[in-house]
Ligand binder design. Sequence first.
Ligand code: UDP
Length: 482
Amino acid sequence: MKQQGSIIPPHVLIFPGPGQGHVNPMLKLAELLGLSGLKVTFLNFQFIHDQLLLHADIEARFTKYPGFQFKKIPDRMSVPRAERPEDMADIIKDLIERMKTSSKTLKKILVENSPPIDCIIADMLMGFVHDVAKEVGIPVIPFENASSCSFWTVLSIPRIIAAGELPIKGNQDMDRLITTVPGMETFLRCRDLPTCCRVNDLADPKLLMITNETRESQALILKTFEDLEAPILCPLRTRYPKIYTIGPLHELLKTKLRSIKKQESYSSLNPLWEVDRTCITWLDNQASHSVLYVSFGSIAIMTREQLMEFWYGLENSKKKFLWVIRPYSVTTNDDGVEEIPEELQEGPKERGYIVKWAPQEEVLAHKAIGGFLAHSGWNSTLESIVAGVPMICWPCFGDQQMNSRFVSEVWKLGMDMKDVCDRKVVEKMVNDLMVDRREEFVKSTARMAELARKSVTEGGSSSCSLEHLIQDIKSMSIDRHS
Ligand code: UDP
């Protein structure tokens, strides 16, 4: 069947990893492809799909795109929850292993789906999807959910090991410079490496869990933008010749919707938890740039002691704050109850406002926000960059250790508080960010925000990259049908 000149649109299957930070950007990509007339099937694990339905009218939002469908892989999985911060790496490793048991079901979906699938966009975290797709002969474009700086470092792990720079030899070794990651020779320390590298033994399976999922490919989608990570994208292109840099995705989608419909019709969709919008009303009553937004994303967990250090640090800083304390984000006691101290349950008196889940993109864009105390998740980092909000980084796991180093040392968009959780340090950094060093940070955040916004306008690097991706998917589809 020749498709050239015909009106049959290519059919793309999108399969994100099972987590808020993975599903959100892929939903945005799905909407961008839908806007360009591509047919999209959005595949999720059942437990993620159920959560999406619970907190957002997700199906209604996508009915406007002809041929759009949600599909799910039945599973017995549940939202991964760590009991203790140090369990995060094991939880992720376990999740990656459990996902692999879905290979057979996935194969059936890929073979039997109607209309047939022309191309798959799948999270790089799920190597099994790439293997199954290869078996049934459907091309896959991997989507890397982490920052390029982190991904490039993960790819460089064999080189770091060969140079004898890994393993890390205990706590006293954490400030040692790692000199063998091209592009980062002068500022990368052991403590900045992705958390999978925090092992004393080269045989530790956590060390290679991410590299084991990584597949070689001609193409790669990254949710970054050229002006942000150019020096790292350059060596990455030696491994993945065709890289589509289409970030920040929320801003790209917002801009496209605006240009197509000539009106602002974008509403953020981060739907795995119920959003508490009362914080926007609270923000409306605060002075410009007076509030610090505090959130550690959708998975990170902290101990009761850490929570209290933040609490006293924030209170003592005397600055206003909006704090997201998500359910299951604090360690539980022996009865399985989260150890949120009474002071916090009662809520801060004047200066603070606490919610379980906020409309984060909207919060960061609010004029009252002057800073972001964050865990340096890649989505949160990009959202903060677009909004021009300086950051204090308290990274927890994964690529966050790398992102926070780049935020502080390379892009100069804030400060890195990694591996420290002390009320005095919190207080000092909050005051530095909001007052004492504010001018210095605002200069660089404003510049980077402008570059981010430029990248998504017509002719900008991310906008052009998306067009190339769409054209390449169309060509793939024509090739498959000719
Ligand atoms: N988020 C949100 N409301 C909140 C906290 C987070 O909508 O109260 C969103 C945030 O905008 C981001 C995502 O959740 O898009 C978190 O992704 P990130 O990569 O920053 O961290 P992860 O949750 O994967 O650790």
